[in-house]
Every structure is written in C-alpha cells, then in structure tokens.
Design a protein. Sequence first.
Length: 136
Amino acid sequence: MLGIKRMDHVCMVVRKLDERLPMLTQLFGMRVAGRFQNPHAGYNGVTLDIPGGGAQWELLEPSGEDSFLERFLRERGPGLHHVTFEVESVEKATQALKQHGYEPFGGRNYDRYKEVYIHPRDTGGVLFQLYEGDWE
C-alpha cells in the first residue's frame, strides 16, 4: 500500500485565474487561502479552502508563453491537472508502486519535503502527486 494519510488537494489548470475564481468562490463557496507564483516553473496559482474542511482546490495559470501549462492547455484545454496525496513516506510509496509494476517519475527532495509522481498513462488519465513533509 502507498501509505496515504489524506488527500491534500486537487489541481485545475485554467487560462486566467481571475476568470475562474468567481464561480468557485461565489457559487461553490470556496475561500481563497493564498496566492503564489513560481516564475522559474512558469505559473501562478491560487489555493482555495473547500467548505467543510479537509482537502483544498488549487488553480494554476501559465505565467508566460514558455510555461509547461501553455502546452497542457493547447493539448487538453482547461481542466484537471493533478491530484495530490500526503503519504507517510515517499520512499515506501515508491517501493509499493514499483512492486505493483508502476514506475514513478519526477519529484523533488529537500530537507523537509519529498515528492514523486505517477504518470497519467499508468492511472487511466490522472497525474497523481505523492508527498511527505512540509510544503514550505
């Protein structure tokens, strides 16, 4: 087993954050928890708290023409990008994936944060992110 502790967030890619926010905040009742930018990776984002607590919703928009999200939008259009789960241990989750015939990819390892991904071709179309530690 992967050792999932909880679902952290669902991420959606949009062309413009501020065009999608009113639907999520005014209709769905989500509350903006924070905004962030990652100029190196080429995106801006908003994290939203979902009513009832628990998992969050995340919106990402490309911040430039060379962003990987521009390619995503051209090929797939706006929509689901990934689902993120917090796991007990990225190493144990990676071992479990390999034991079940899946090859995890990507990810980062810092002092207090580790992540790995499961490719959509292996999951029926959804990119899964598994992480442990602190986001900060």
